[in-house]
Design a protein around this ligand. Structure first.
Ligand code: COA
Length: 175
């Protein structure tokens, strides 16, 4: 398992550890970061620990997963989580890009920077021909991120009963 941190121009992407549980709760427990997520924010530290345990198990099983994200200026301060994970939908396990940043980190291009690095990682380090992304249809900021990194909308996913389908995006590795 290669858990060496990755560096982008402004960010550090590293494998999470059990010590990140407070950051998970701070970011995933904030209703603002779940405005478009029907699952809703995490309620307490136990739910944060359960989510983190799933991410750590994904890393242990697959050797990659959700990164803890900080800036090079303040490496000890986690501003978000995101990266490439396996995510099953329509009965196929996909290589999926995801991200969630603290509200204080929004609007600075960090999601685009993370997503660009994650796409490259999926294509090169994981040798994957395609990387997918799923987004709620009204989530303009996230749609913008996926489109800025060159992803194309290819499908819909009926993953929220009684609501409009999510949008499925894909990026294909350049020849
Ligand atoms: C969605 C999210 C990741 C965006 O992070 P970010 O670092 O602010 O994103 P970026 O700055 O890289 O890019 C966002 C783009 O969307 C644009 N944008 C933001 N809000 C918008 C809105 N309401 N309508 C249209 N465009 C919007 C920004 O202007 C920017 O585009 P630009 O670079 O052309 O100006 C962040 O808001 C977040 O973490 N939200 C909570 C978690 C979440 O929803 N995750 C995605 C689940 S699919």
């Amino acid at each position: 398992m290669n858990t060496q941190p990755l560096f982008t121009p402004r960010l550090i992407l590293r494998a999470p550890t059990v010590d990140d549980v407070a950051s998970v709760l701070a970011i995933y427990g904030d209703p603002e970061t779940h405005r478009y997520n029907p699952a809703g924010p995490l309620a307490d530290i136990a739910q944060a620990k359960a989510a983190l345990d799933r991410w750590l198990a994904h890393w242990a099983t697959h050797g990659f997963g959700q990164w803890a994200i900080s800036t090079r200026d303040a490496p000890e301060w986690v501003i978000g989580f995101g990266g490439i994970t396996l995510y099953p939908y329509n009965e196929v396990e996909r290589i999926n890009l995801g991200y969630r940043f603290a509200v204080s980190a929004w609007g600075k291009g960090y999601a685009t920077e993370l997503a660009t690095a994650a796409l490259h990682y999926g294509f090169k380090a994981l040798d994957q021909p395609q990387v997918y992304g799923v987004v709620r249809p009204g989530h303009q900021a996230s749609i913008k991120v996926l489109e800025k990194i060159g992803m194309q909308r290819i499908d819909e996913l009926d993953d929220v009963p009684g609501q409009a389908p999510s949008l499925v995006y894909v990026a294909t590795r350049p020849a």
